[in-house]
Design a protein around this ligand. Sequence first.
Ligand code: BGC
Length: 423
Amino acid sequence: MAYQFPKNFTWGVSTASHQIEGNTVNDWSEWEQQNAKRLAEEAPKAFGKTSPVWNEVKTDATNPANYISGVGDDSYNRIEEDIALLKELGVKAYRFSIEWSRIEPEKGKFDEVAIKHYVDFIGRLRQENIQPWVTTVHRTIPQWVAKQGGWANKDTVIDYGEYVKVLASHFQDHVQHWLPLNEPILNVGGGFFSGQIPPGRKNPIAGIKALRNMIQAHRLAHQIIHHIIPEAQVGVAHAAIYAEGHKNRWVNCLLVSLLHYVANWIFLDRVKNHLDFIGIQYYTRGVIGFGFARTFIPFVKTYPQSGPHSDMGQEIYSEGLYNFAKLVHRRYHKPIVVTENGVADRNDTHRANVIRSHIAQVARALQDGIDMRGYFHWSLLDNFEWDKGYWPRFGLVHVNRTTLQRTLRPSAEKYKEIIRQNR
Ligand code: BGC
C-alpha cells in the first residue's frame, strides 16, 4: 500500500568533497599515493569471491590508478551541471561536505577564494530552492592537521572549532542544517584500530584519544553553530552498524548487543545532549555469532546470507533500516534523518528496488510513531569510494570516467517519482 509522506518530509541526495570535487590535497590524497599499489594487489583476495560483478570490475580493481582520487567528478568546477541534476531529480535538499583543506590549507590561514566558492555554491542552491545540508568533515582532514596527529591530538579539536566558526559565520544566513562529523566511529575504527584507512594506525590508545576528541569536536561544533545560528539544526551523520544474531541464539544476540553498544551507543550516548536530530547512514546488516574469524575482532564470525548483494558484496536488507531506526528512537527519542542509504550497483540492477524498499521501511517507521524527518540517497554521482577507488558505483547518475559526462540511471526515475508524489 502506498504511503503518503508528511508534507515537510525532506527528500535529498548526499555527496562528500573528496569523493567528487577533484584535486583535493589532504590526508587521503597522500595516503592514496602510498597505498594504491597495495590496494590493487589485494583486490582479488578482497573482492574476487564476494563481488557479484568481479569479472566486469577486475581490470579496474587491479589497476593502481583506480585508487587515486585525482580529478574526481570535477564537481568543484561543474557546479551548474550538478545543480541541473539536483533540479532534474526534484530533491528538496542536498547534503555535501566542505573540504577543510581548501578552506584552511595552512594552520590559521583561511583562504578567502575557497570560502567564496562555497558561499556562492550555497547561494545557487538557495536560488533553486534546494536546502543545503552541510557536513563540515567527511573523513578528510588537511595535511597539517594529519601531521600533528589528526584526531588523536587534542589540539585538533581547537583547530576544528576555529574552522567551524569560519564556516558558521560565512554561511549563517543560508545554512540551517549541519552535520559536523561524518561517521566518527568508522573514522576511529578504520583509522586507529584496523588501520585500513588514514592514518592507518593500529594503536588502541591513540584510537581512544581520537574517539574522545571527536566527541569533544562534535559538542564544540554544536555549541559554536548554535551560538552563531540560534535556529540551526545540528546532527551527526552516524554509520548504522547493525547486526542480528545467527539463528537468533541467545549468545549471539548478546554479542549483537555488545557490538551495538561499542559501535553505536558509546558515541551517541556521549553527544546526545548536543544533537537536534540523529542522522543514520544505513547500507547493510551483519549476521554474526561467536566463532573464529580472521578479522580484527577474531571471535566474531559473520554468516553470509543468500539474496541480493551489492557489487561490493554487501547484503541488501531493507528491514535493517527500520530495525535500526527503532533502536535509535527507543534510546534517544530524537528526530531521525536517513542521511545516507544506497548501493554499489554499476548495472543499476538493484538500485530502484533498494530505493523503494528502504523508503518503504522509513514509511513503516513513521507509521509506528518514529519521528523520521528525511531520506537522503547516497549518492547523487558515481564517486571515489575511498580505499576501493572508483570501481564501486553508487550514483543515481552515472559518471563516465574518461569524459566525466553525467547520465541519469533508470533508477533515478524511480526516486524522482517518489519525490514528486511524496509517496
Ligand atoms: C560514507 C560514504 C561512502 C558510503 C558508501 C558511507 O560510509 O559516508 O563516504 O561512500 O558509505 O560506502
